[in-house]
Design a protein around this ligand. Structure first.
Ligand code: NAP
Length: 265
């Protein structure tokens, strides 16, 4: 690998090793795990994780981090070219549909290989009572038929669709406080997973929860509420995932490591 010259920001020019750059679109536990695994597996590569900047105190991944939007697909394509990115792994949350669509467009334009790392969705087991809906709005429309005391676990950005439901009571759980409108009758619980089944059962009993709303995020970090719902025979309003368009997709971090090693080698 040769050296290239870069502006050092102080009016001088320095030579740096022309390292391969991998961009991880992050904001998930899997993305952090991938950054850590790639730092070990590809010590000569530059691993950059990108976060949207939604949380004020994010858990930072290993390696380099950049924070904030790129300015749409065009901005991301420009960034890929400017940073001479060799490969992109989109490890964003299954419901972060816009950035994933932007990654498909930008990588196509910039001719950079793209992999989608997405954990599988949850599947119901005997005893589960799941009501599938396609959006938060549909979940809100269904809720009055299903229960009166709602455990809403879909995150602080998505409380508005439920804000008009004055006849229902809500337990809102999120990592940070919601900034948008919230239902009139609600209690806020600030917490970050992983959660434990026994604690979830105790929480739901204490608040006499009779329905849960969740997105089909998949994974183990927040799955305890589903097992608790099964044990307590509580229905779950399950918001299904938006459609994904990526050509290459894996479910496990180890497979994403292998793919990246192949591209970068
Ligand atoms: P989104 O609706 O798909 O994206 C909205 C805009 O935010 C994008 O167009 C992009 O702005 C920017 N953005 C999103 N993810 C980014 C990233 N990793 N790096 C740089 N810019 C990013 O995304 P979202 O649903 O708001 O999710 C935002 C972040 O939170 C993601 O990193 C996601 O992994 C994480 N997250 C989301 C959820 C969820 O339920 N949606 C749950 C847990 C974690 P520009 O167009 O300006 O580039």
């Amino acid at each position: 690998m040769g050296d290239r010259k870069t502006d050092d920001g102080r009016g001088g020019v320095r030579a740096v090793a022309d390292r391969r750059t991998v961009l991880i679109l992050g904001g998930t536990a899997d993305a952090r795990a991938l950054a850590a695994r790639l730092a070990d597996a590809l010590p000569d590569a530059r691993i950059v994780s990108s976060l949207a900047g939604r949380t004020s105190n994010p858990v930072l991944p290993r390696g380099e981090t950049r924070i904030g939007g790129f300015g749409g697909a065009a901005g991301l394509a420009t960034w890929l070219a400017a940073e001479r990115v060799t490969a992109v792994v989109d490890a964003t949350h299954p419901f972060a549909a816009r950035i994933s669509a932007n990654a498909v467009t930008a990588c196509g334009e910039a001719d950079v290989p793209l992999l989608r790392l997405q954990r599988p969705g949850w599947t119901p087991e005997p005893g589960d009572d799941w009501r599938h809906v396609g959006s938060a709005t549909a979940a809100a429309a269904l809720l009055p038929e299903v229960g009166r005391r709602v455990f809403l676990t879909t995150g602080r950005m998505e409380t508005e669709p439920y804000a008009h439901l004055d006849d229902l009571w809500f337990l809102l759980r999120s990592v940070e406080a919601p900034t948008g409108p919230v239902p009139r009758h609600c209690e806020l619980l600030l917490a970050r997973g992983p959660f434990d089944v026994a604690d979830e059962i105790a929480l739901m009993r204490r608040h006499e929860v009779d329905v849960i709303v969740t997105k089909d995020s998949g994974g183990t970090l927040t799955a305890a509420k589903l097992r608790a719902a099964r044990a307590l025979r509580i229905p779950v309003v399950m918001i299904d995932r938006p459609e994904v368009t990526a050509d290459q997709q894996v479910a496990a971090v180890a497979d994403a490591v292998e793919w990246t090693q192949r591209i970068v080698a």
